[in-house]
Write a protein that binds this ligand. Structure first.
Ligand code: MN
Length: 488
């Protein structure tokens, strides 16, 4: 769907690109041996290098290179055998060295793409410009004391992948889905935990607008560090309208950096936009260029776990699931793991397992705000419940109640069925006795059936189900009812 904003004088379209910073999951920071773990007491995960002390030199952590390459493959991107670290010079309290080590001229990963799904289900391909490896900065804390600022360098020097898209995004929805896809991807790969609320995935948004049909680009505004997908979508929409209003009032605006204020629902000016020259980039003399062999790259590719798109394709082609089911079940790694464990290879019907996961399980998890990996019903137990329906031990209807009970008690399906005596009655003698009883109590209706009112049979089956508390197999009840009626 095209996102067109109707102005007073023209129809406008959005031009948007995203720069996403992803903190790399690694045993250590990118150039020091300090812990890269989130949290910890302030300034406890810090090597001298991270806080700008002289006398230590950066040493590249190979794990970070591997993580960038994995992510590059996930983005269908070019892996560059030759990459170089540059210094980006700027002064800020949380950057004690006075520069950030990054990659400007030769990034480790080049062009690629990520496919997103638009509101109307259309696939839109978003180009990836590059992925480069850099250091994170520390954190300034301003709200502990009215006149003092504090610095925590635990985050300083943690490896970051900056993933830069091309300006291919044309609607807030596409931006939202791009971030969802990217987050699912890095989580699948285990290269970033994707937690936007802990700041391990942060988004800068580049927004400009132009009249529909216009060529080229107008002034671009960058909105810094937006930390939720919802906020990204809101910020884009607000900024689009602000820019259109200014243009239509005959005003222009500067190329600048703004911030998004979710409380007042506005974007506000932070500073004028810097360009690369302002940072006086130059190759870092402390670090040699990174030169990778084809064997090294191939080895990482061969050991890559199955990516979401490939998994979705496999669910459709070899498990025979509809596109919708495959998309939902692969939308995050935890759901896919749950589904596959509940399915246990190919021994259970994939569609039945998918229905249970996406139906009853999702409903309960959502209602109680429980993440699927913490589900009180383990995937193996859900699979066993489905087996009980398949082998005729319980009816589908009883299974729903059993599932509820499993969810609250954590017990297995078999234990609940046993405890509550929920086994389906398949003893024909017992069912026939039940039918005889129901029929003799309703002879008037039997007469009506005999007179041709066939519809009443359904009513009798209902009565039999009721009398057995749902434990009779409805097919069998129907069959025996017919038999009994024909004998009357
Ligand atoms: Mn950056």
């Amino acid at each position: 769907m095209t996102y067109i904003v109707k102005g007073k004088t023209a129809d406008w379209e959005l031009i948007c690109g995203l720069e996403v910073h992803c903190e790399i999951i690694s045993n250590a920071k990118v150039f020091s041996g300090a812990s890269a773990e989130f949290g910890g007491l302030p300034n406890t995960h810090v090597a001298f290098l991270d806080c700008g002390m002289p006398g230590q030199l950066p040493v590249l952590n190979e794990k970070c290179i591997e993580q960038c390459i994995k992510t590059g493959f996930g983005l269908n991107a070019q892996i560059n055998k030759h990459s170089v670290f540059d210094r980006k010079n700027y002064f800020y309290g949380d950057l004690p060295t006075g520069y950030q080590i990054t990659q400007l001229f030769y990034p480790i990963v080049g062009e690629g793409y990520l496919d997103v799904t638009d509101e109307d289900g259309q696939i839109k391909r978003i180009g990836i410009e590059r992925l480069h490896l850099e250091q994170d900065a520390g954190k300034s804390i301003h709200d502990m004391h009215p006149t003092q600022s504090y610095l925590d360098f635990n985050r300083a020097g943690v490896g970051l992948m900056e993933i830069v898209s091309k300006p291919d995004i044309r609607s807030p929805e596409q931006a939202g889905d791009y971030l969802r896809k990217l987050r699912a991807l890095v989580r699948y790969l285990g290269t970033c935990d994707g937690n936007m609320d802990e700041g391990s995935m942060r988004c800068d948004i580049n927004v400009s607008v132009r009249k529909v049909g216009e060529e080229g680009y107008r002034h671009r505004v960058e909105i810094k560090n937006v930390n939720s997908i919802k906020f990204v979508m809101q910020a884009i929409d607000l900024e689009v309208h602000r820019q259109i209003d200014l243009y239509e009032a005959g005003q222009d605006f500067p190329q600048e950096t703004r911030l998004f204020d979710a409380v007042n629902m506005e974007t506000r000016s932070m500073r004028s936009k810097e360009n690369a020259l302002d940072y006086r980039y130059f190759p870092d003399p402390d670090l040699p260029p990174v030169n990778l062999t084809q064997d090294y790259i191939d080895n990482i590719r061969e050991n890559l776990s199955e990516l979401p798109e490939a998994k979705k394709k496999r669910y459709m082609e070899s498990l025979g699931l509809p596109e919708y089911d495959a998309r939902i079940l692969t939308s995050d790694k935890e759901t896919a793991i749950y589904f596959e464990r509940a399915l246990q290879g190919a021994s259970r019907d994939p569609k039945k397992v998918a229905n249970w996961v996406m139906g009853d399980l999702f409903a309960k998890l959502n209602a109680e705000y429980i993440a699927i990996e913490n589900s009180p019903v383990r995937p193996e137990d859900l699979g066993a419940l489905i087996d009980l329906i398949n082998d005729g031990t319980i009816s589908g209807k009883i299974a729903k109640d059993v599932f509820e009970e499993m969810f609250t008690s954590g017990k297995s399906a078999a234990a609940i069925v046993e405890e509550k005596g929920l086994k389906q009655v398949s003893d024909t003698g017992a069912i026939e006795a039940m039918i005889a009883e129901v029929l003799s109590a309703n002879m008037d209706k039997v007469a009506e059936i005999k007179a041709g009112k066939d519809k009443l049979k359904g009513w009798f089956v209902g009565q039999i189900m009721k009398a057995s508390q749902g434990k009779v197999n409805p097919g069998l009840a129907n069959q025996l009812l017919d038999k009994k009626l024909s004998e009357m």
